[in-house]
Design a protein around this ligand. Structure first.
Ligand code: ATP
Length: 350
């Protein structure tokens, strides 16, 4: 277990700034997801931590010890990337033992490590197979086993599940989480899939264009986004962002209430929304609509998405206009210019 710290970490390739001043620190033993759109600098950050790239400036520490300039082999960090790169001509057993043999670890220690990972990952029946005879999920477990036998201080995963199909992926996600709970090895987990990050991580770090927008628990990111980027990135569908006179108001789809069912709380916003179409999700419906009234004149008519429980639906149909409210407690406010979160007190609604 270990704590990874970065300080003003930067990496540029010529004029491209891939990582732009990242300050972060893991909690010992946590699984921290690094989430962001394509090109946000996630893989570059991993490569810097692993030692495959050296930073242009800034610092990296493991347990308070600087690791800049330390070669990858000496960092005691294990990586699992998208392609598992198992050696096709070796058995699973030899693949797993390879990193221990390369470091000339004593054979009884090799045996002990192999037994440990075999039991944790439940791969006893795969040990004599060759990688070509493994399914995607099995290959992933073997790659994990090979990474784990080194008992690393830190695990780096870069989209390790992206080559699996959707059904196996959700099972593999569960297995990864269980594995993490058992080993408690501090893990950085790169993904661009928010469902994966929200479901798997203790905390999530949201990156865009090389900078960190927010680090927090899935719940903090969802209910308390630090800025409009996080608000618009987390959630499916994401937070609605509507321009008021002097600020942006953020409303989660499930926080639109029909006025007739308004909770007895202070109201932040009253809107007339024309329903354009409806989408059935089972227990809930998504309502796609256009705001017809309730916002300042010059910002009128943005599109919004609401989410209503089945029970509220019989009263709503396409092309009808309905009156919705949002409580102050549920609303988030952001600065119109910078997108940063504002405290509610400063905001006049209209
Ligand atoms: N070796 C390199 N040379 C030049 N530019 C690079 C190099 N590696 C990364 N970049 C650039 O740095 C930026 C960040 O890339 P990076 O791969 O870290 O992003 P990412 O968030 O991992 O993206 P993805 O999710 O698509 O893998 C991109 O603009 C990319 O084109």
């Amino acid at each position: 277990m270990a704590i990874l710290t970065t300080h003003a970490l930067k990496k540029h390739y010529g004029r491209i700034i891939a990582v732009d001043g990242v300050d972060m620190e893991t909690v010992d033993g946590e699984l921290l997801a690094v989430l962001g759109p394509s090109g946000s600098g996630k893989t570059t950050l991993m490569r810097l931590v692993a030692g495959l790239e050296e930073p242009s400036s800034g610092k990296l520490y493991i347990d308070g010890h600087p690791i800049m300039g330390v070669p990858p082999r000496k960092r005691n960090i294990a990586m699992v990337f998208q392609s598992y790169a198992l050696y096709p001509n070796m058995t699973v057993r030899d693949n797993i033992l390879f990193p221990l043999r390369a470091r000339k670890i004593a054979s009884d220690e090799q045996k002990r490590q192999l037994e440990w990972v075999t039991e944790i990952l439940e791969i006893a029946d795969l040990l004599d197979r060759r990688p070509t005879r493994l399914s995607g999920g099995q290959s992933q477990r073997v790659a994990l086993a090979r990474a784990m036998v080194r008992t690393p201080d830190l695990f780096l995963f870069d989209e390790p599940l992206s080559s699996l199909d959707a059904q196996i992926r959700s099972q593999a996600r569960g297995e990864l989480r269980e594995l993490h709970d058992r080993t408690r090895i501090t893990t950085l987990y790169v993904t661009h899939d928010q469902t994966e990050a929200l479901g798997l991580a203790d905390r999530i770090m949201v990156m865009e264009k090389g900078i960190v927008h927010q680090i927090g628990t899935p719940q903090q990111l969802y209910y308390d986004p630090a800025d409009t980027f996080v608000a618009g990135f987390i959630g499916d569908p994401p937070m609605n962002l509507l321009q008021l006179e002097n600020a942006i108001i953020g409303v989660r789809p499930e926080h639109f209430h029909l006025a007739s069912e308004a909770p007895g709380k202070e109201i932040a916003l009253e809107l007339e929304i024309e329903v354009e179409h409806l989408e059935f999700l089972g227990a809930e419906w998504l309502i796609y609509g256009v705001v017809r009234r309730g916002l300042p004149q010059q910002h009128q008519q943005p599109r919004v998405i609401g989410r209503l429980r089945q029970a509220a639906m019989p009263t709503i149909g396409t092309r009808e206009t309905h009156h919705f409210v949002v409580t102050k407690e549920d609303a988030c406010f952001f600065d119109s210019n910078t997108g940063s979160r504002l405290s509610e007190a400063k905001v006049a609604i209209a």
